[in-house]
Design a protein around this ligand. Structure first.
Ligand SMILES: NC(=O)c1ccc[n+]([C@@H]2O[C@H](COP(=O)([O-])OP(=O)(O)OC[C@H]3O[C@@H](n4cnc5c(N)ncnc54)[C@H](O)[C@@H]3O)[C@@H](O)[C@H]2O)c1
Length: 282
């Protein structure tokens, strides 16, 4: 599916936008979709990024460095924070890249007077909720990994910055960003590149919304996550994983596997120990 750049925005409040993680899979998708739309687009990553337009700037370095984070947010209206390790990893990777860098960026944004942050959270913040129940945004967070804990941390930081500093922060609990879904779970969790770009565009441009948590999924027939805040930011997804169901619906884990029992899928099975017979159930 080819992704056309979205038309130029004439009247949005956020006209100078920073995207972190711009060299990554989702970052490149956002760059392609949003190029030319804002008065300034700054693209930050520790891996090189190539500018596409005259109004674009690139910034290379580690965002856990407070000096680099300060440079990244200077004269910016909205921070789109997608840099980070996107999977389960040891603490020595999760702590600097997902926690220290997120703190550095949020604090730099606040100090620079930035009013809005769009944060790439994850479904793995709620991954240990049971798969047989729907999950909205009021259920308790139940991270399924160190990675999931880092996203819960980011959401808590977001809540603090909204309540204490009157910022708008959207936490996008992204499901499975892929060109197309690859197994039965992703029939529920998939987000297409087109919907991903639209979700971020909405979170950048919607009128002040305070704190919002939105599941980053397409309009999937089999969706199990509900997002009342999607309407507040105007997100209306257009794709549906169901068109791929005939090819992938049979790709399922064994029923007793944690990957089948909990929302987080395979992340739940990593290092997983079942409670002893008669012990506390999950
Ligand atoms: N891909 C998905 O399906 C998915 C699902 C849920 C959440 N997310 C979140 O979305 C974001 C982007 O995911 P992705 O799939 O594009 O990952 P990715 O690994 O392709 O991109 C992440 C980018 O962040 C950069 N980065 C990491 N740490 C950095 C640091 N300290 N300083 C500067 N740059 C740094 C990396 O160089 C990389 O280019 C991540 O925060 C991830 O947790 C992704």
């Amino acid at each position: 599916m080819s992704l056309q750049p979205l038309p130029k925005a004439h009247t949005v409040a956020a006209s100078r936008v920073l995207i972190t993680g711009a060299a990554g899979g989702i970052g490149r998708c956002l760059h392609r979709a949003l190029t030319g739309r804002y008065a300034r687009l700054r693209l930050a990553d520790r891996a090189p990024v190539e500018a596409m337009g005259a109004n674009e700037e690139t910034l290379l370095g580690d965002l856990a460095d407070p000096a680099l984070a300060a440079e990244a947010v200077r004269d910016i209206d909205c921070v789109v924070h997608f840099a980070g390790v996107p999977r389960e990893a040891p603490w020595d990777a999760i702590l600097p890249n997902n926690i220290v860098a997120t703190v550095a960026l949020f604090e730099a944004a606040r100090a620079a007077g930035v009013r809005r942050i769009v944060f790439a959270s994850s479904n793995h913040a709620i991954g240990f909720n049971r798969a047989d129940a729907y999950v909205g945004i009021d259920e308790p967070v139940r991270p399924d990994s160190r990675y999931g804990v880092s996203k819960v941390f980011g959401e808590a930081l977001a809540r603090l910055f909204v309540d204490k500093y009157a910022m708008s922060v959207a936490c996008l609990r992204i499901g499975s960003f892929r060109e197309r879904p690859e197994d039965a779970r992703q029939l529920a969790t998939w987000i297409s590149p087109r919907d991903m770009a639209e979700l971020v565009r909405c979170a950048i441009e919607a009128p002040d919304y305070g704190f919002a948590v939105v599941y980053g999924i397409s309009a999937n027939t089999r969706a199990r996550w509900t997002s009342p805040d999607a309407a507040r930011i105007g997100y209306v997804p257009r794709d549906d994983a169901e068109q791929y169901a005939a090819e992938i619906a049979h790709i399922v884990p064994p029923p007793q596997d944690p990957a089948a029992r909990f929302h987080g899928g395979a992340f739940c099975g990593l290092e997983h120990v079942d409670p002893p017979e008669g012990g506390a159930s999950r």
